[in-house]
Design a protein. Structure first.
Length: 147
């Protein structure tokens, strides 16, 4: 089916969800941590997840691929530093971050926010960035987007 959609920029999840619940917009794309409470309250319905596999917190919700849309995408965060930062300082910060991320309380906080923390090396992060660029560069070019 051909679908035409217009992107509407929002300054965060709260105003987006207000408009979605209020019927000002018919559909929205947002993160599960914002959507699940409203979904569980019966205010919205999650139609699909964009991950490769169904999410364990909403296993009844199909993936986009299961619905015939050949797309899988997930968000992630990373910590970057200026390339001018001395390597010794980079190594120190990386070690501290790794230690913090292994802490049980930190793990619980992330999981309570529906985040699945993964600690990666700088080389692994570079590989992931390269893979994302390879995945999304053609999509952006084909969209006609001009920065």
């Amino acid at each position: 089916a051909k679908v035409t959609a217009e992107a509407v920029g929002y300054k965060g999840s709260a105003p987006l969800l207000t408009d979605l619940i209020g019927g000002q917009v018919p559909v929205a794309v947002d993160t599960l941590d914002s959507l699940i409470p409203q979904h569980e309250a019966g205010k919205i319905r999650i139609l699909a997840v964009s991950s490769e596999q169904r999410h364990p917190l909403v296993p009844q919700v199909a993936t986009l691929k299961e619905g015939g849309v050949q797309l899988a995408a997930s968000g992630w965060n990373t910590v970057f530093a200026s390339k001018a930062m001395p390597q010794a300082q980079v190594d120190r910060y990386a070690g501290l971050i790794h230690k913090i991320m292994q802490d049980a309380d930190t793990q619980r906080l992330f999981k309570a926010s529906l985040l699945d923390p993964v600690v990666a090396t700088a080389a692994q992060t570079r590989q992931r960035l390269a893979a994302y660029r390879q995945q999304w560069e053609p999509v952006i070019k084909n969209s006609g987007y001009k920065p």
